[in-house]
Design a protein around this ligand. Structure first.
Ligand code: IMP
Ligand code: MG
Length: 173
């Protein structure tokens, strides 16, 4: 039977996202700041994080698929939807739901750096450091969590559970 256990409540998430927004506000110099949301999981985080940032930002979306089903990544990554806005000379903040193996973000940062931005940093709501296969520098981390599969607040299992307001551990999917 599918079993959901709340790991991070909606209230905890909102409080932490507000702190992250304030930190980003403090850190960035003047100039264009692009928030690059990785579809689909990060949409919910982007919606809240962007509104916790007071300065002007541009919002863009990128689709990435890492070939692989279920709960693990296969190591191969492809861009399925590219950005609409040019990033040359801009500060880029990649907004991601969770850093797991680090394969997706290593690839993505490499792709973005070739487009001559001023800087590229990562904001991830969740980090599972125990699962890392590639080193990734994540500048803004919401919560470090243990190696458990989580769903909700954008995160899915086989495209389900994204709309849960809390982040929950999924047992026996
Ligand atoms: P990475 O390339 O292994 O770091 O994969 C990151 C992607 O894997 C995330 O953007 C998620 O789509 C997915 N992912 C990793 N861990 C989880 C999880 O616990 N729940 C839901 N999706 C996950
Ligand atoms: Mg994702």
């Amino acid at each position: 039977m599918t079993n959901l256990r709340v790991l991070l409540s909606a209230a905890q998430i909102q409080a932490r996202v507000r702190e992250m927004g304030a930190e980003i506000d403090r850190d960035y110099p003047a100039g264009d700041l692009h928030l690059i949301c990785i579809l689909k999981g990060a949409c919910f985080f982007l919606a809240d994080l962007s509104r916790a940032i007071c300065r002007d930002v541009l919002v863009d979306f990128m689709g990435i698929s890492s070939y692989g089903k279920g709960q693990t990544t296969s190591g191969e990554v492809k861009v399925t939807k590219d950005l609409d806005i040019s990033v040359e000379g801009a500060d880029l903040l990649v907004v991601e739901d969770i850093v797991d193996s680090g394969v997706t973000l290593t690839y993505l940062v490499h792709v973005l750096e070739q487009r001559k931005p001023r800087s590229v940093r990562i904001a991830a709501l969740l980090d599972k450091p125990d699962r890392r296969q590639r080193p990734v520098e994540v500048s803004y981390v919401g919560f470090r969590i243990a190696d458990e599969f989580v769903v909700g607040y954008g995160l899915d299992y086989a495209e389900r559970y994204r709309n849960l307001p809390d982040i929950c551990v999924l047992a026996n999917p």
